[in-house]
Design a protein around this ligand. Structure first.
Ligand SMILES: C[S@@+](CC[C@H](N)C(=O)[O-])C[C@H]1O[C@@H](n2cnc3c(N)ncnc32)[C@H](O)[C@@H]1O
Length: 211
């Protein structure tokens, strides 16, 4: 490409090219190695940014899109997941990439129903108690409808969490539920804090699953 230029300009053109290549690789090193986003080759940092932007822009429509794109089948898959998990009252769940809370709400419903069945059985076995004793014990148990179970929804995207929290408020979920802004690649929790870890439709969005 430098053919036909005077020697000084040819040298400058070469230096410029080398400098640009060097800057490119320094930037690449800072942003991590190359990876893919769809058909594009991007740096890891660019991939994370693009994924963030996708969920930021669809957060408000995410649930509707999920239903329409899977014809509602994601609901069945999530129900199957919960039945396989079969959590009992007291189970601590970390739902990573938990988005708008679908797994967390199912977890709460499931544990509540197990707890309710446990209470019914307990009442059956206490037939010698007075009505007052039964009522007091029932009220006490009822106030802890999850029996100390907790679910933490951890997601990197503020907008997804915001929609999830609004949904939880609207549907009346609060006991045992918390929302944490965090990255699956560097979870902000101590080891061995949870009994179960789930990540539903999220692993493909995590750039470095080996971390
Ligand atoms: C397809 S949605 C799944 C949401 C939910 N689990 C569900 O099944 O409906 C993927 C979620 O992964 C989150 N996400 C992407 N990269 C993440 C990361 N590195 N750490 C935590 N969450 C991440 C997105 O913000 C998004 O909420």
């Amino acid at each position: 490409a430098a053919a036909g230029l005077c020697p000084c300009r040819a040298l400058l053109a070469r230096c410029g090219g080398a400098l640009r290549a060097l800057c490119g690789s320094v930037r690449g090193l800072a942003a991590g190695p190359a990876t893919h986003f769809g058909f594009q080759t991007v740096t890891e940092a660019e991939r994370r940014e693009k994924i963030y932007q996708v969920f930021e822009s669809v957060a408000k429509k995410y649930d509707v899109m999920n239903d329409s794109m899977t014809l509602g089948i994601h609901r069945v898959w999530k129900d199957i997941l919960m039945h396989k998990m079969n959590p009992s009252p007291g189970t601590l769940l970390l739902d990573v990439a938990g988005g708008t809370g679908d797994i967390a709400f199912r977890f709460i419903n499931y544990v509540r129903s197990v707890r309710e069945r446990q209470l019914q059985r307990k009442l059956k076995h206490h037939q010698n108690l007075s009505w007052q004793e039964i009522s007091e014990s029932y009220q006490e148990d009822k106030s802890k409808s999850l029996g100390n179970s907790q679910v933490v929804v951890c997601d990197i995207n503020k907008e997804m969490l915001k929609v999830g929290k609004q949904k939880a408020q609207h549907l009346g979920y609060s006991e045992g539920l918390s929302w944490v802004l965090g990255n699956a690649e560097e979870l902000p929790f101590d080891d061995d804090k949870f009994d179960v870890y789930t990540i539903a439709f999220g692993i493909r969005n995590v750039t470095r699953i080996d971390l």
